[in-house]
Design a protein around this ligand. Structure first.
Ligand SMILES: [Zn+2]
Length: 306
């Protein structure tokens, strides 16, 4: 493929303590990434000390995984991840202004908070001129079908024609532990009914399931939802390597490559880079030139700019 072909990365984390604006832009330039979606993360690091019911649930889930682990140590590590990952809507909005036209900002709202808080966050996202919402059941500790604010969030997003990007699958560190209920709540199946009623684009991150390649039900569920709803997209972030597997490529081709979006998840996936992720697609013998162009740029450009 032509080196100068434009590339749109729909999944970037401008985490303040991990990457500076300049390093992010430099990395994008090095990898030839033309445009990118910057994601905020509305996380509540105090929730694991203040919400004792949630804390007990997590400790139960950790014991179910192994009697040989120390739940307190893992809880501390979870709190550290929440502190580090927290990325405000304001920060994302400021970055979008650094190189106008290059970035699209997605705000984030924690559905586990009370309704007034959720409404104020949605209004904040609107006032900041952000263009979408990121939701993450693992780190925001919610069940898509049992949460009382999801309907409200979808309604608000639909009104403003904002896509909603939903994390699916595990998360790094202690959030890799499969017996954690909030990892299981990140299965695409819990979004099926919600998405059916939704009238705004939905992007399932990580092709339906980061870190769950041993269980095909995750990607199959995301595909099934996408097949019956043309507003559903899948991004490749953190799992671009899945496109090296002929079976996965066949499955995705069955859906059609018009709704697969390139994402790198930079800088949260260790041992990889934007350039590396991009090259997996660019150099793939399994994809046609037209499929590569659609995944790397055209689909996202159409979604955000019509
Ligand atoms: Zn991510």
């Amino acid at each position: 493929m032509n080196e100068l072909s434009p590339v749109f990365d729909v999944h970037l984390h401008p985490i303040r303590t991990v990457i500076s604006v300049q390093s992010l832009i430099d990395e994008m330039d090095r990898a030839g990434i033309t445009k990118g979606v910057l994601l905020a993360l509305d996380l509540d690091p105090d929730v694991l000390t203040t919400n004792l019911k949630l804390r007990d649930e997590i400790i139960d889930d950790l014991w179910a995984y192994s009697y040989f682990i120390n739940p307190d140590q893992l809880l501390d590590s979870m709190i550290r991840i929440l502190h580090t990952g927290k990325t405000s809507n304001q920060h994302v909005a400021e970055l979008c202004n650094v190189e106008p036209g290059r970035f699209i900002g997605f705000g984030s709202v924690n559905p586990s908070r009370e309704k007034e808080y959720v409404t104020s966050k949605l209004n904040e996202i609107l006032a900041l001129g952000l263009k979408g919402i990121k939701l993450i059941p693992t780190l925001q500790f919610f069940h898509p079908q049992k949460n009382k604010n999801i309907k409200h969030i979808f309604k608000y997003a639909t009104k403003h024609n904002w896509p909603i990007l939903i994390h699916t699958g595990k998360d790094p560190g202690p959030f890799e532990i499969p017996t954690l209920r909030h990892v299981q709540y990140s299965h695409p199946r819990y979004w099926k009914k919600i998405v059916r009623k939704a009238n705004t684009p939905v992007i399932f991150a990580h092709l339906g399931g980061y870190g769950v390649t041993d269980d095909e039900s995750w990607i199959d569920s995301a595909m099934e939802i996408a097949k019956t709803n043309s507003k559903v997209f899948l991004d490749t972030s953190a799992v671009t390597y899945a496109l090296e597997d002929p079976n996965t490529v066949d499955k995705l081709r069955d859906l059609g490559f018009d709704r697969i979006l390139f994402g790198s998840d930079h800088p949260v996936v260790h041992g990889t880079s934007m350039d590396h992720s991009k090259k997996i697609i660019e150099n793939s013998p399994l994809l046609t030139k037209s499929e590569k162009r659609r995944i790397l740029y055209e689909n996202a450009n159409k979604l955000f700019f019509g």
